[in-house]
Design a protein around this ligand. Structure first.
Ligand SMILES: [Ca+2]
Length: 219
């Protein structure tokens, strides 16, 4: 039996309702000509969140991290390593991305294993996701119109595993799924047609795996 080392990134799949997808559209016969998505007052939201991020970066407030087991811890920005000579240091990235699909950009810190994503809500700053080791490298992709947070385990032998989590603006995972190839017994450490490929817990073929990897990750 083989055990995957390192952190599991997506143990929590409790919230699986497709809230974002199902919350829509009351049908009216006379369809309006203009679509009015932009009216969700993002201005105020983004300025409020930026104030919270600035307060965190200024050490005025702490960030709160909620672990998968429900335990929590807080930390100040100054408590993270910031030595440019050290590989495990954190720095503010100038990337602006709405990582949880709520209309406001998150704060991205570059750092070890992909760094850390911070979300501001309810007058607090939360860790939305962070790099969890070489078996849980953090990144994000856009897939089917949503920003999806990825933890990948692709730098070790025997497997290529991607865990994908779609968050909502409350820090909840609304959809969690995986894409993987496993080839633990492969002598040259590559997969072939007989390897074990899965997408969303379903067995798929090598060709389907490669098509999905290309579609989601671009390679
Ligand atoms: Ca957001």
């Amino acid at each position: 039996m083989v055990t995957i080392t390192g952190c599991s990134s997506t143990g929590n799949s409790t919230a699986t309702e497709h809230e974002l997808a199902t919350e829509e559209i009351s049908t009216t016969e006379e369809a309006p000509t203009a679509v009015t998505f932009e009216k969700i007052e993002p201005e105020k939201e983004s300025s409020d969140t930026q104030v919270l991020f600035d307060r965190f970066l200024g050490d005025d407030i702490e960030a709160l991290c909620i672990n998968e087991d429900g335990s929590t811890y807080t930390f100040k920005y100054s408590e993270l390593p910031h030595d440019p000579e050290e590989w495990d240091s954190y720095f503010v990235s100038d990337e602006k991305v709405d990582l949880d699909n709520d209309g406001a950009d998150e704060l991205i810190l570059s750092g070890p294993y992909g760094g850390m994503y911070l979300d501001a809500r309810d007058d607090k700053v939360y860790v939305l996701a962070q790099g969890e080791g070489t078996a849980g490298e953090l990144s994000y992709v856009t897939y089917e119109g949503k920003t999806i947070i990825v933890h990948r385990d692709t730098s070790h032998g025997g497997r290529q595993i991607y865990n994908l989590d779609c968050f909502n603006g409350n820090g909840e995972i609304v959809e969690s799924f995986g894409l993987s190839a496993e080839y633990w017994d492969s002598e040259n450490d590559t997969y072939d047609e007989n390897s074990d490929f899965k997408f969303k817990d379903q067995q798929i073929t090598m060709e389907e795996f490669e098509t999905l990897r290309k579609e989601i990750f671009g390679y």
